[in-house]
Design a protein around this ligand. Structure first.
Ligand code: ADP
Length: 281
């Protein structure tokens, strides 16, 4: 009976949560003082509930943010369509400008949708990892990126560095960080890409001499849709999803990404990846 009563209490409380018409995603189960087993069980159940509830709330916020972000370009497109419908016949000179605007807004939507799809696919992704020659992958990546940016990319790599990662992931991380460095720094400045062997791990650093990221914003820039100082960012094309994707890819590779200040100015992204796996050929 000592076990039965508190267990019955838990069962009833759980049923009440399931059958409730409304949920505020805050519900918890009662935690009886004794016996220890049931006390501990209900604490663990509550932790599970809390973690699932937080996930639901995060997903909800994500859908709401995504809809909001898609609404802006759609409104722009519809505005221009209405303008052309109303005045296009009498003032055909407005048509080319409207077409350019519609083209730009639909491109924005395309980028946004592609990034959203990539993020959602990564929720179920399991990456194929192998020992990858990072010196080669990073050098080739930089050679491909250099023609796409006005800044000079300075590359510094050791003679040899292998990491146990997915090679496409490394390309994606490098490209996202270099393109951000490009977007948020002066056109004639220098971007440094440095690869280091740090003990059992390998470190990739991408540094720029640009606008920098204030300390209190550093953790936030990895959040989906977050952009520093929207007025400033608005001038630079972007979705606010790039770094969320970078963080996800880095985590899928068992790595870690942090932000530091570059001296005397600018930002440094530091990505640490697992080194060569000796158990794999
Ligand atoms: P996006 O660049 O599309 O806005 P990201 O997720 O790549 O989205 O970056 C989020 C925000 O972080 C950017 O809007 C910008 O404010 C800031 N940021 C990212 N990289 C840099 C950088 N190298 N220097 C300064 N700010 C940056």
């Amino acid at each position: 009976r000592k076990l039965n009563e508190p267990l019955l209490g838990l069962t009833t409380a759980a049923q009440n949560i399931v059958n409730a018409d409304q949920t505020n995603y805050q519900e918890t189960l009662p935690v009886p003082d004794t016996p220890d087993e049931v006390h501990n069980l209900s604490i663990e159940f509550n932790r599970l509930l809390q973690s699932l509830n937080q996930q639901v709330l995060r997903n909800r916020q994500f859908v709401s943010d995504a809809s909001h972000e898609l609404r802006t370009p759609i409104a722009g497109i519809r505005g221009h369509v209405a303008l052309v419908q109303r005045h296009g016949r009498d003032h055909p000179e407005i048509i080319p400008d409207s077409l350019t605007a519609i083209d730009g807004e639909s491109l924005k939507m395309q980028h946004l949708i592609e990034s959203l799809l990539q993020l959602s696919r990564m929720d179920q992704a399991e990456l194929q990892r192998s020992n990858v020659d990072l010196v080669s992958v990073i050098s080739k990546g930089v050679a491909q990126l250099q023609p796409q940016v006005s800044q000079t990319i300075r590359l510094q790599v050791p003679a040899h560095a292998e990491a146990y990662v997915n090679a496409d992931s490394v390309d994606q991380i490098l490209s996202a960080l270099v393109m951000n460095a490009h977007k948020y720094s002066a056109a004639d400045s220098v971007i440094d890409v440095v690869l280091l062997e740090t003990g059992p791990r390998v470190t990739l650093m991408v540094s720029d001499n640009g606008v920098g990221i204030p300390d209190d914003e550093k953790p936030k820039v990895f959040d989906r849709f977050y952009r520093v100082d929207s007025s400033r960012s608005k001038k630079v094309a972007g979705t606010g999803l790039g770094l969320a994707i970078v963080q996800k890819i880095v985590e899928l590779n068992n790595g870690d990404v942090t932000i530091a200040d570059n001296k005397p100015r600018g930002t440094r992204f530091v990505v640490t990846l697992p080194g060569k796996n000796e158990n794999v050929i």
